[in-house]
Design a protein around this ligand. Sequence first.
Ligand SMILES: NC(=O)c1ccc[n+]([C@@H]2O[C@H](COP(=O)([O-])OP(=O)(O)OC[C@H]3O[C@@H](n4cnc5c(N)ncnc54)[C@H](OP(=O)(O)O)[C@@H]3O)[C@@H](O)[C@H]2O)c1
Length: 270
Amino acid sequence: MSQQIGFIGGGQMAEALIKGIIASGLYKSEDVLISEPNESRRDHLETTYSVKAFYSNLPIFENCKIIILAVKPQTMGGLLEECKDRVQTQQIIVSVAAGLPISFYLNHIGKPDTKIIRVMPNTPALVMEGASALSRNKNVTDEELRAAEEIFLAVGEAVILDEVHLDAVTGLSGSGPAYVFSFVEALIDAGVKSGLTRAVSEKLALQTVSGSVKLLKESGEHPASLRGKVTSPGGTAITALHVLEKVGFHGIIMDIVESAVNRSKELGKS
Ligand SMILES: NC(=O)c1ccc[n+]([C@@H]2O[C@H](COP(=O)([O-])OP(=O)(O)OC[C@H]3O[C@@H](n4cnc5c(N)ncnc54)[C@H](OP(=O)(O)O)[C@@H]3O)[C@@H](O)[C@H]2O)c1
């Protein structure tokens, strides 16, 4: 079997991964195959990335060692039923569908020796700044896992974890963009309330958040240390932080992540 990579589902997440693996040089355009029912999506992917897009998923199963399942979780069961007889033992099935456990794929495919990697990516992968966690079943070798990790490193950061930790990942990085977007929205409104125009407030809030993250990454300093450096005695920042701590900011963040983790566990069971 060739070193071609296949995608089943050519939507947003597949496109982000395709863009990343081609731009990083991990795969050549001609080695990327996609199956996608929507003709305009197929045309778009072929035109933009010079890849091969098919209506049927048969060419993917016939040619690719790594197969990425990038359809919505609610259509995954039907897809697996449709293609379970096509899956070969040496193929690595990598799914990015949120919430579905490895056992779901094994049960549907019905072959216990199938190699499955479950990935929890997040939305910033769409702009090559994702945070993904990968878990494998026992059939996947270290080398195969590393090959899958490379794909997600092409669109951001990636970590390898036991599947038991994927609910925590869902609560932190999977759902995390929603918390950050809410925080930024509140910051913008706060600027407007203090008399700034919305356009100015948006520009300053976004740059403050992205600049602070860049400073954290590049300095390697602990957030508490950097926070200490921007709080001068009796100044504005420490006055504002006092308000933040009175409402239990740390506790609220820990509670929201914990609630998302618990919800992820509930959804996984159902
Ligand atoms: N987008 C994100 O930021 C994000 C983040 C984390 C995880 N994910 C996961 O990534 C997966 C894909 O999400 P997405 O946002 O990329 O969804 P999407 O944009 O809706 O893409 C899914 C694509 O798969 C196609 N499709 C449906 N059934 C198919 C089949 N049997 N064979 C081949 N293609 C089929 C759909 O076509 P039709 O539209 O014609 O049905 C659609 O173009 C989901 O499981 C989601 O949980 C996404």
